[in-house]
Design a protein. Structure first.
Lengths: 120, 109
């Protein structure tokens, strides 16, 4: 069965960077796009971007352009999301979510979420 | 960017009630509209994709309709386990773009 297992909670200082991982199993890693979505405490969902694990191509939401980098490691079936220049507003739960072959922009499977806290 | 207006932001209903949530897009999005359920402390769960298709395993009391700019999500008979926040999500493929509605918090009266 499809599983997306994310790395543990992080606490970072303003201005630092954070790198969250999402390890996939139960399917062919390179065949399905992966997204990152975040949710600030008590707030709604916000899409950050998408990565094609096959070739590594990415597309980021305009809001995060220049601050986010999504990468993948096909040898470990893991995707990564790195967010730099952290500020308090980046405190949120970060989710990876997988699309499907014909419906890449539908979030069929989700990771359990990783809480990133930005605090001095 | 496409904006999604979801309403209401919160809703209180009784067990057995019919519940309706709406989402309006700022421009025509065809049927590129999905609905998710999120319970506290959990990741969202896909319920409806492409406006009206029920995800496998999701109870048939959930349904979706609409196209273009106006969409509706319905629970035909509210059950206690349906207490959650519901989100609509629009998408475009080229270039990739996703926008979520603000969410609707559903409570039992």
């Amino acid at each position: 069965q499809v599983q997306l297992v994310q790395s543990g909670a992080e606490v970072k200082k303003p201005g630092a960077s954070v790198k969250v991982s999402c390890k996939a199993s139960g399917y062919t890693f390179t065949s399905y796009y992966m997204h990152w979505v975040r949710q600030a405490p008590g707030q709604g969902l916000e899409w950050m971007g998408i990565i094609n694990p096959s070739g590594g191509s990415t597309s980021y939401a305009q809001k995060f352009q220049g601050r986010v980098t999504m990468t993948r490691d096909t040898s470990t079936s893991t995707v990564y999301m790195e967010l730099s220049s952290l500020r308090s507003e980046d405190t949120a739960v970060y989710y990876c979510a997988r699309g499907d072959v014909d419906t890449a922009m539908v979030f069929w499977y989700w990771g359990q979420g990783t809480l990133v806290t930005v605090s001095s | 960017d496409i904006q999604m207006t979801q309403s209401p932001s919160s809703l209180s209903a009784s067990v057995g009630d019919r519940v309706t949530i709406t989402c309006q897009a700022s421009q025509d999005i065809s049927n590129y509209l999905n609905w998710y359920q999120q319970k506290p402390g959990k990741a969202p769960k896909l319920l409806i994709y492409d406006a009206s298709n029920l995800e496998t395993g999701v109870p048939s009391r959930f349904s979706g309709s609409g196209s273009g700019t106006d969409f509706t999500f319905t629970i035909s008979s509210l059950q206690p386990e349906d207490i959650a926040t519901y989100y609509c999500q629009q998408y475009d493929n080229l270039p990739p773009e996703v926008t979520f509605g603000q969410g609707t918090r559903l409570e039992i009266k």
